[in-house]
Design a protein around this ligand. Structure first.
Ligand code: DAK
Length: 263
């Protein structure tokens, strides 16, 4: 398998731990500030992991001290709206949210601005006890540009979302857990390990069912209930066309573990 050096990455690391791909943001001197080059590398790495059949889930982390302190302010400071439009950053970032395999964020330290938005694009979030989430863009004279005003209210409701987006303060790991924004709070030194363990557990599940479960849950955030239910039903029926459904049900009846191939 190609590793990060072979791929020529300068802002991230890409590792594979069995069926789990691990993408690590790696600009520690600027708290993993998300430059366009870094985002391009993240999306490139995810598209490789997407194509590798043996990879069943992925983890996105910023390493032991910080997840990411937001988009690179130095890069953005003098940009015009036309620059922003032409660089198609929105298209790039949205590829993280459209990754079809399960993606777990392992967050230690700051996840601010675009860093927080990146974590919110993942399917589950494991937070180290040092994690701090927030949207401080308001203090820079802007608002979030990659989902902060949309994913917060859909996750924690209007009032906390207003607090986060209008005041620009930070939410601790513990509060994020109480709000339902993160799945686990763990000691910071085991954040990555716990996230990889969850990803490994997901890697034992039937990949096509995982993909459609992810798609169906995400759809529920964008559609009226009737449309979401209709979409779920179609995905449910479709899975009866897969070998994994036959294997899963046979394995249950034969009292053994299913071996899933993603077919
Ligand atoms: N950009 C660039 N450099 C940053 C940075 C950032 N976001 N955050 C930190 N750094 C750099 C600092 O400048 C400093 O560099 P040196 O001075 O050492 O050269 C180094 O990282 C260490 O930071 P500090 O010295 O400030 O460290 P502290 O521990 O004192 O403070 C902090 C940590 C996280 C509280 C502080 O660094 C901070 O407030 N950082 C900025 C946080 C922020 O405002 N984030 C929001 C940025 S706006 C879009 C997608 C996404 C976005 C927009 C559009 N599209 C798809 C269209 C996202 C926008 C944003 O995220």
């Amino acid at each position: 398998m190609p590793d990060d050096t072979a791929m020529g990455y300068e802002n991230i690391l890409l590792d594979r731990d069995g069926p789990v791909g691990v993408v690590t943001l790696n600009r520690p001197k600027v708290l993993n500030a998300l430059s366009p080059a870094l985002i391009a590398e993240v999306t490139d790495a995810l598209s490789h992991l997407e194509d590798e059949v043996e990879i069943r889930a992925a983890v996105l982390t910023g390493g032991p001290r910080v997840f990411a302190a937001g988009a690179d302010i130095g890069d953005m400071a003098e940009r015009s709206p036309v620059d922003q439009l032409l660089r198609d950053q929105t298209g790039r970032w949205s590829r993280v949210a459209s990754f079809s395999k399960p993606l777990i964020a392992a967050v230690n330290g700051y996840a601010l601005g675009g860093g927080c938005e990146l974590a919110l694009m993942c399917d589950m979030i494991v937070a180290g006890d040092s994690a701090r989430f927030g949207q401080p863009e308001i203090n820079l004279g802007i608002i979030p540009g990659a989902g902060g005003t949309q994913r917060w209210p859909r996750t924690v409701g209007k009032y906390v979302a207003m607090e986060v987006n209008l005041i620009g303060g930070q939410v601790s790991a513990q509060r994020a857990y109480q709000l339902g924004l993160v799945n686990r709070v763990v000691p910071a030194e085991v954040t990555l390990r716990v996230a990889v363990d969850i990803a490994r557990q997901l890697a034992t599940k039937p990949p096509l069912a995982l993909r459609l479960a992810k798609e169906s849950v995400n759809k529920s955030l964008e559609t009226p209930l009737s449309e979401g239910l209709s979409n779920e039903r179609k995905n449910f029926y479709f899975l009866f066309a897969t070998e994994d459904q036959k294997e899963g049900m046979r394995a249950f009846l034969e009292k053994r573990r299913g071996e899933f191939k993603g077919r």
